[in-house]
Write a protein that binds this ligand. Sequence first.
Ligand SMILES: Nc1nc2c(ncn2[C@@H]2O[C@H](COP(=O)(O)OP(=O)(O)OP(=O)(O)O)[C@@H](O)[C@H]2O)c(=O)[nH]1
Ligand SMILES: [Mg+2]
Length: 197
Amino acid sequence: MIIDHCEQTISIKIVYFGPALSGKTTSIKALFSDFGKEKKLLSIESTVNRTLFFDYGVFIFQNQEWALKIHIYTTTGQDFYFVTRPITLRAVDGVIFVIDSQEEVYERNLISWKELISYFNQEIDDLPIIIAFNKQDLEVKFNSIDFLKEIDYSRYKNIDARFTSALKGEGVIDCFEDVLRLILRKYYNQKLVSTIN
Ligand SMILES: Nc1nc2c(ncn2[C@@H]2O[C@H](COP(=O)(O)OP(=O)(O)OP(=O)(O)O)[C@@H](O)[C@H]2O)c(=O)[nH]1
Ligand SMILES: [Mg+2]
């Protein structure tokens, strides 16, 4: 979070992370479309619609004095562009970890999770994360509880899980609101932000 008193802006950064083809770009597109802002989304894609570096967009909420800017990125799942992922994650305030719920790619999700936590030290314990079990519209899925047990879900303090079908736009806004809620609660507890009467 960056609080700029001169410009009177608060900036927050949220990143969609997850294995290749799990639905990160589909999720961010659905989110921007829900807010009627699909034209504001910048996607750097290859000719086969794979993310090359990242997708990026910003939501700006403004009152008369202050602006809240929420910068939203996706990482690329392609290992060829692996080097871009830790860069995209720099100074992140909250992560939406997009899972591909298809049984045959269970391991891929686990590897991606391990990669995510490898970029952080102890701060991972307190990083706001929403785990989005995506592709719920498909028939054959693995059991989300198994995955949560395997990553030792209960050791993280600022984490939650949800089901999504990004292709249908289902659950995407809830994930966004939830990660924002976790971020604001964390900064409220740290007294970086406060409520006014
Ligand atoms: N059935 C189904 N397919 C989905 C869903 N979300 C994404 N997909 C499909 O999964 C494929 C990959 O989606 P993307 O959004 O490009 O995935 P990504 O995670 O951004 O992929 P990379 O950027 O290449 O890592 C596409 O064919 C999507 O249509 C979903 O909820 N259900
Ligand atoms: Mg993508």
